[in-house]
Design a protein around this ligand. Sequence first.
Ligand code: HEC
Length: 130
Amino acid sequence: MKKIMVSFLTISSLAVSLHAYDQADRIQDMQTMEASMAQIQRGILYNNKKMVLQGVANLKQASSNVEVPQKTEMDYSSTFARKQAAHIMKFADKIKKNIEDGHKHGAAMNYTKVLDQCISCHNKIRKWNQ
Ligand code: HEC
């Protein structure tokens, strides 16, 4: 009986840790990234450095979570998705540096570069291109 209990516990904890990243998780992370982008823009416009830095941190956090959807949903490879995520991280860091140096134009330029990464991937979503 004890043995059964132990294996039951092992299986259930495994099930929790193996929770697959699904569509709901992805939508949640996408919405967080959208809110982070809005936060960055607002911070630039309100001259609020802290708001920009918080937006950058939130963007990076959500972007690092995103996993690749099924191939049937999209027209891209996991290599492409990883590359996009790496670009988002790189440009987010640049926004951070720009705003720390007080360069709002630079921050705005790198903000657009992040947005371009979002759009490149979204252009590959099959159901969005019908
Ligand atoms: C690697 C691909 C990829 C990248 C990069 C990406 N997205 Fe997405 N995005 C998706 C996919 C796939 C969906 C569709 C989600 C679904 O319905 O499963 C989506 C959907 C969304 C949605 C709609 C969510 C909803 O409620 O339906 C928003 C908003 C969004 N993305 C924001 C962003 C922002 C902001 C960025 C850039 C910072 C970004 N995405 C970058 C793949 C990507």
